[in-house]
Ligand binder design. Structure first.
Ligand SMILES: Nc1ncnc2c1ncn2[C@@H]1O[C@H](COP(=O)(O)OP(=O)(O)OP(=O)(O)O)[C@@H](O)[C@H]1O
Ligand SMILES: [Mg+2]
Length: 237
């Protein structure tokens, strides 16, 4: 058996890029600008865990209503109702806009269904919970340590500006987490058109390519094409 246990992402094609899946129990930043597919990728990760891999999952949304997240999931034809009913999946939001409420929500939801997967969507509001930059940095680090103790494989969604040099608003999370996956929408240099793309910026304990690969959001969810790399010189941004 390999020393590092892997958790399949549930995204067809993606696991080929990372030696079979996310290192189990690690925290991965899912970083990208608006509309790049971060939330859908996260939903698919918890859904497939619960449905296919016997890993119950918790999806915490700080931005959308849980009902709306569930609607998006159902729109892909995913059998969400049964998983919710059978306590294999929780989609929820913290009761209040505070750091303590977020931690409470994470802890109680994971405990309730013995979750093995967690998505926090997104970290961007975290900054609002703290009074200054130092507190914010402490909070980010504290949250990471807190989540690590819970032994869930975690995707933390991070909103960044297009063309950003940073992978999180704080510029700190990317160094603390175990992995960073970047989702992009890139435009063709000639002939026009855009394509969805993804690359693995960091994945501790994993031999991964730094190439950019095409990604698609289709009728049944996200898919990555590990055999079709994108040559950046053909694109700008
Ligand atoms: N059923 C579908 N089929 C194909 N594409 C879809 C479908 N549903 C959504 N999309 C695409 O996915 C995009 C939204 O993806 P998602 O919500 O995951 O992005 P995001 O990165 O979380 O965005 P934000 O930063 O705004 O939260 C939509 O803008 C649309 O282009
Ligand atoms: Mg989103």
């Amino acid at each position: 058996m390999a020393i590092i246990e892997r958790t399949p992402s549930g995204v067809p094609g993606f696991d080929k890029l990372i030696e079979g899946g996310f290192p189990m129990g690690n925290t991965i930043l899912l970083s990208g600008s608006c509309g790049t597919g971060k939330s859908i990728f996260g939903m698919q990760f918890v859904y497939s865990g619960a449905k296919t891999y016997s890993e119950p999952g918790v999806y915490i949304t700080l931005e959308q209503k849980p009902e709306d997240v569930i609607k998006v999931m159902k729109n892909f034809g995913w059998d969400v109702d049964n998983l919710l009913k059978n306590k294999k999946l929780i989609v929820t939001k913290p009761k209040k806009d505070s750091y303590e409420a977020l931690k409470e929500c994470i802890f109680s939801s994971i405990n309730e269904i013995k979750a093995k997967r967690l998505v926090v969507d997104s970290l961007v509001l975290l900054g609002m919970y703290f009074k200054d930059e130092i507190e914010n940095r402490k909070g980010i680090r504290d949250l990471h340590l807190y989540i690590r103790e819970l032994n869930c494989t975690t995707l933390a969604v991070s909103d960044i500006k297009e063309r950003s040099e940073l992978y999180s608003v704080s510029g700190l999370s990317e160094f603390i987490v175990d992995g960073v996956v970047v989702l992009r929408i890139i435009s063709k240099e000639t002939g026009g058109g855009h394509t969805r793309a993804l690359f693995v910026r960091k994945m501790r304990g994993t031999d991964h390519s730094l190439d950019i690969f095409p990604m698609k959001i289709g009728n049944t969810g996200v898919e990555v094409f590990p055999n079709l790399r994108i040559f950046e010189q053909e694109y700008h941004q």
